[in-house]
Design a protein around this ligand. Sequence first.
Ligand SMILES: *Cc1c(COP(=O)(O)O)cnc(C)c1O
Length: 399
Amino acid sequence: MKDCVYLDNNATTQVDEEVLAAMLPYLTLYYGNPSSMHTFGRQVGLAVKTGREQVASLLGAEPSEIVFTSCGTEGDNAAIHAALLAQPNKRHIITSRVEHPAVLNLCKSLERKDYTVTYLSVDNQGQLDISEFEASLTKNTALVTLMYANNETGVIFPIEHIGQLSKKYGAIFHVDAVQAVGKIPLNMCKSSIDMLTLSGHKIHAPKGIGALYVRRGTRFHPLLIGGQQERGRRGGTENVPGIIALGKAAELAESHLMGSGEKELRDYLEQTILTTIPDTVLNGHAVQRLPNTSNIGFKFVEGEAILLSLNQHGIYASSGSACTSGSLEPSHVLRAMGVPHTLLHGSIRFSLSRFTTHDQIQKVLKVLPENIDRLRALSSWTSDDASLLVERKQTALTK
Ligand SMILES: *Cc1c(COP(=O)(O)O)cnc(C)c1O
């Protein structure tokens, strides 16, 4: 793993050594239950309190507004569930076609429970049409749930504007900020967001811990009903080592937010690919985007073939979200953007972290062009071949 080039940080990140060091004692020495009355438990409770303060600080929130969860998926589910239960007479939800499956598939299941869902479209740069959004808002809209930044393209939605419009109609506004947290500054103090989801393993904490921000005064119904943990908002004994880790990761993210290293490296990688490899296109808006993400379409090559050839050199990227890769379906995000067939199957997402180095990017820039050349020569593709492949895949899918 030492020499590998990991450019799949939107799928998951490496645990920061400082984060690991902070959490380890809570797996060994300090195993008390934070709800216990005795000193052994209460000292753990104090550490959990610190973790909560660190997460709140990253978001510009109050510690009491933070609910720890097991992951981003749970945060999204808990927020949507709470918003709907708080307003049982409203039966309309607004989301978008490019959400993470944690939101998209939940919304699909709610359609079977008598909810109407509007799936907003995006343009070819991955951006929402605000007038379409405004037109879809009604007094019956219980919930607007949209992502801050897209995991596949990095495209950022105009969240505050959306929030203000939602407020006008009395809808609760939930934001899946799993990709935005730690990459762009957020401040809940001056925000129109009611609930916001984040996940530990996307910001250098381990898997299995996340948090949901719930603005004070927002009516909340727990998804996990049990003990009085998290002020009755999430039953179950706290994942103490996870919380300590997430707190530390949040503190480190806050101190790294100002750095522009990732963006410079990302821009260098992206610009070099786009200008030196022919028939390449950037997927997503060039500016309204996370500083760490680059999704590039390579015409006349198969994404999986590129990934495999990079993999042989210890370079790890992705051809879409980790949740959908492995399936033959092209990315729902790129499809919603109307990305043409010739690019749909040849798009690669590079996602950097603060651990990405210049040498690593140099290695990619050395390996990638010769491999694209080789793959293109091998297949000597035309767009006809591309559609043939699509057909073949569809046949494979129906089998
Ligand atoms: C990763 C991700 C999630 C899911 O988070 P988990 O902690 O893996 O459940 C949700 N939304 C977005 C945008 C993500 O990138």
